[in-house]
Design a protein around this ligand. Sequence first.
Ligand SMILES: *[C@@H]1O[C@H](CO)[C@@H](O)[C@H](O)[C@H]1NC(C)=O
Ligand SMILES: *[C@@H]1O[C@H](CO)[C@@H](O)[C@H](O)[C@H]1NC(C)=O
Ligand SMILES: *[C@@H]1O[C@H](CO)[C@@H](O)[C@H](O)[C@H]1NC(C)=O
Ligand SMILES: *[C@@H]1O[C@H](CO)[C@@H](O)[C@H](O)[C@H]1NC(C)=O
Length: 599
Amino acid sequence: MGGGNVVCSAFKFQSGQMIVVALLLMVGCFYAGTLFGNNAPIYASQLSTSSSSSPGTSTFTNKVALTYRKTPLLIPETGMDVCPLTYNEYIPCHDVSYVKTLLPNLDTSRKEELERHCPPIEKRLFCLVPPSRDYKIPIRWPTSRDYVWRSNVNHTHLAEVKGGQNWVHEKDQLWWFPGGGTHFKHGAAEYIQRLGDMITNGTGDLCSAGVTQVLDVGCGVASFSAFLLPLGIQTMSFAPKDGHENQIQFALERGIGAMISAIATKQMPYPTGSFQMVHCSRCRVDWHENDGILLKEMNRLLRYNGYFVYSAPPAYKTTKNYPLIWEKLMNLTSAMCWKLIARKVQTAIWIKQDDLSCLQHNSEQKLINLCDAVDDSESSWSTPLKNCIQVRGAQTDSPKLSSRSERLSIYTESLSRIGVTQEEFTSETIFWQDQVRHYWRLLNVSKTEIRNVMDMNAFCGGFAVALNASPTWVMNIVPSSMKNTLSAIYNRGLIGAFHDWCEPFSTYPRTYDLLHANHLFPHYKSRGEGCLLEDILLEMDRIIRPQGFIVIRDDKTITSRIQDLAPKFLWEVESHLLENKEKKTETVLICRKKFWAIV
Ligand SMILES: *[C@@H]1O[C@H](CO)[C@@H](O)[C@H](O)[C@H]1NC(C)=O
Ligand SMILES: *[C@@H]1O[C@H](CO)[C@@H](O)[C@H](O)[C@H]1NC(C)=O
Ligand SMILES: *[C@@H]1O[C@H](CO)[C@@H](O)[C@H](O)[C@H]1NC(C)=O
Ligand SMILES: *[C@@H]1O[C@H](CO)[C@@H](O)[C@H](O)[C@H]1NC(C)=O
């Protein structure tokens, strides 16, 4: 595709330049010891009662105390309590000690323990998660692709185990990511080039092969994703929170889109037919087990003519039981009507064919089960895996994806089915272009300060589209109880996930620079304990970085409550007025999390 190629090379050029500039800057600053940003907490916090101090240093009345959520909810007069320092990596729904108590009832043969398990609310902490000792404001993109502060992710396990595989090395106060991975010791860029060669038979790269969105299973430190960016390819990377590897924490600290997730017993929180490629490089998933049920989930997520890339020993080793596993994989994939298109070096690639008669034939032969008709307007959230193959019905349309700018503005059939008209879609797109301009003015910071962005109620992704020209990536969240607009977001070439804000999100603390909550709270008004306004604010505080921004637009009754609460969460808050879609004025709060620390 000629157009595609032009887009591909434009991206390459831009990001190459940015990286050169940033590296030069870095060399200059290195020995001065001021590698970007303000790296001392502005508010050297006492976090205890302290008498008057010199102007410029604030003291807080908040107390350090291990506090659990009580019913009814109670915020102390002194402000939210601060959790003890040991909780600086607290992820409520991936808390090892809580999961241990559930183990007798979990199906460990299917790795159910790696999935989300949210504690009942009385077992949730109700205190602000503190930064780790010596935490520094993260290094900015694009330098962060290669360097992050050591003290921000103080875990040596990955460097020790994976040092020889060139994932990550220690360099004084920094972690250095040379761009390796288990399967690409010589760098992700070369590996990506090889995959492109295999798919196009040596005539092009992944971009020209039409790959725009990738699901990276067991992503490591997400170097694969980092090196797909120059090709204009968006990647959703995930890995479980297992052992002491902190893969996702590294990825997000680098400024690469990723979330904690595991494929075990439930569907992944992404819509059907979203990715042109699923990538597994030694991802430690047993695809051949359980009748290939996990592979069938990948089949659900892949678009037609999408690729399954598998770089793992069964693809190339003839020792142990690898040949048997390979045979099982071949049987399963051919039953699903996937076609092996390349098998070279250490990688095998299948394509998911659009071949209904093949599926019907295999179903008659009892090689495969076809699913009953599925309603794609529902979100895949806490849905058990299905041991069947979904066939294309009237319900699935995957548009031929064209150039990036065309894609960003594509209106798809799936929207009309859930009642979003073309006009609404277009005016929504224009509206957010305007709003984002206002936001930049109100935030009053350099665009390079903001990299990891989450739109907590993304609707059709208009906000993310408007940020497209900025050096950001956006996690678009569609609440699971709303209509599935996430399919449309994926059709626009963007990424995101379903989520229920009655539960904490599957990410580490301090992973986003900006959270956007557009009319989110009214949706959770009558959902009961666990998703009261304060609960959601606490979760927002957990996942936002120090000095990160929280932009909230909502009804006056809600914004005025948040204005009162913000100081108790140690947020600065400004109130502004902007026009809403109906051209009426609406309150927009710009909150900023203070950089505080336990001293
Ligand atoms: C990092 O971890 C090591 C060992 O776990 C510990 O000795 C060290 O004090 C930690 N550093 C910081 C800054 O927390
Ligand atoms: C790749 O090229 C070889 C030899 O030129 C040819 O036999 C093969 O069919 C091609 N494969 C694809 C997928 O085009
Ligand atoms: C693969 O399928 C063939 C033909 O149906 C069958 O004979 C063989 O046992 C299968 N292999 C495995 C490992 O299941
Ligand atoms: C914007 O930031 C600059 C420098 O940080 C500051 O001098 C200026 O007053 C700010 N403008 C507004 C409107 O807050």
